[in-house]
Every structure is written in structure tokens, then in C-alpha cells.
Design a protein around this ligand. Structure first.
Ligand SMILES: [Zn+2]
Length: 221
């Protein structure tokens, strides 16, 4: 355990961990060891994800990306070239849609809405989403819907835009399957600083949140 950090004790376990977060024993021990060190504004929004959860997450991101593209298309006095670019991205996404089309984004628990697609279809969908996120990120930054300079710690109003274009692991390959990866949101700069001081093995800023891994979680105990 790092010594330069002090326990802030601004959180209870319940205020730090969002209800949808799934845990296995490793995740539980990590959260118990770290939650007192983070300020009130930082919270954990994802933990353990098994393989089927990771397939569900592809559809969560499909749902979110289509929702944000639709929101973008509604913007008044939008430059036609940005409108066309966003519409083209949406058309690509519609080549491979989950059944049902929506619901995943509003699920209160991971995996709630069941997709009838095969795993092969979802793996192919992940590839479309991956490219679409890159393309849509370019559209929302160039059209200044988000402020590119604030990517490392975006204001609250921009966070869902950044989440829509955040990287997404191929189903079955996410480090969240290990139980030692957490997504922590709220204040990315503080999350990064504190997680590193706690000895995280990987700290990756994804704009909407920070992906943190404690591969050496036994050192926390
Ligand atoms: Zn993550």
C-alpha cells in the first residue's frame, strides 16, 4: 500500500460503487481496499464483466452510439458536411443491428436486455462499431460539439459524447474479465493520480472515465 496517500473517507462503499457494478472476489477485495482514497466526485461504474456481459457491452455501445448520432443530426444549423458524415456512419452501423435494436443503454443491470444475434454477428458488429467510433469522434471534434482540448478531463455535459466514441474491447478479450479492472469516472485527473499512487498496473484515460487495472491486487491487501 502506498504511503504518500491519505484516506479521504468521503465515500461509503455504496456511494463509491454504482449499483450495476459486478464483482467477483478479487474485485470486492480491490474496491474494499481503495474506495476511501478517492474524493466524493469519483465513482466506480464498472468492474467484473464475464464473456456474455462483454457481448452485451457491444450492444450497449451500439445503442449509445446510434443515440448520440441521432442527437447530433438534430442539432440546428449543423453544417451539411457534418450532417452527411454522421448519417453515413449511422448507415454503416445499421448493416448489423442487435435484436431488439435498443434497450441496452437503459438497462439497470449488465446483461438485462437479451440480443437474439449470434456471437459471430456481435463480433462483426464490434468491428463496425470500432471504426464508427473513430469516424464519429472526428465529426464531433471538428464540428466542436465537444472540446478536443478537454479530452483528458471533459466537463459533465460532454461525457456521454466521449463515452460514445471511447475504445471498446472485442468481446471475450476485455481485461474486465479478470476481475481486477475497474472503470472510475468523475474526475479523470484525480482518478489517474490516486490510482497510480495506489500501485495500479495500468491507468488508461478514456475521456468519459479512467480504466484502471490492479493486476498486483494482492499488494493492496
Ligand atoms: Zn474499462
Amino acid at each position: 500500500m502506498a504511503t504518500e496517500l491519505t484516506e479521504l473517507k468521503q465515500h461509503t462503499r455504496q456511494t463509491f460503487v454504482k449499483p450495476a457494478v459486478k464483482e467477483i472476489a478479487i474485485t470486492t477485495q480491490i474496491i474494499d481496499a481503495i474506495f476511501n482514497f478517492y474524493p466524493k466526485e469519483c465513482y466506480c461504474l464498472a468492474g467484473y464483466l464475464d464473456t456474455s456481459d462483454q457481448f452485451w457491452k457491444v450492444n450497449y455501445h451500439f445503442d449509445l452510439l446510434v443515440t448520440k448520432i441521432d442527437e447530433f443530426l438534430e442539432i440546428k444549423d449543423l453544417d451539411q458536411k457534418y450532417y452527411n458524415a454522421a448519417k453515413a456512419i449511422e448507415n454503416v452501423l445499421f448493416q448489423n443491428t442487435p435484436i431488439p435494436l435498443t434497450g441496452y443503454m437503459l438497462d439497470s443491470k449488465v446483461g438485462q436486455t437479451k440480443d437474439l444475434s449470434t456471437n459471430e454477428q456481435i463480433i462483426a458488429r464490434h468491428k463496425l462499431i470500432k471504426q464508427s467510433k473513430i469516424d464519429f469522434k472526428s465529426v464531433i471534434t471538428k464540428s466542436k460539439v465537444v472540446t478536443a482540448a478537454k479530452e483528458s478531463n471533459p466537463p459533465k455535459a460532454e461525457k456521454m459524447w466521449w463515452l460514445a466514441v471511447a475504445p471498446l474491447a472485442a468481446p471475450g478479450t476485455s481485461l474486465h474479465g479478470t476481475g481486477y479492472a475497474l472503470d472510475i469516472a468523475g474526475n479523470n485527473l484525480e482518478t489517474t493520480r490516486i490510482s497510480k499512487a495506489l500501485g495500479a498496473s495500468l491507468v488508461f484515460n478514456e475521456a468519459s472515465h479512467v480504466h484502471v487495472e490492479f493486476k498486483n491486487w494482492k499488494d493492496l491487501l
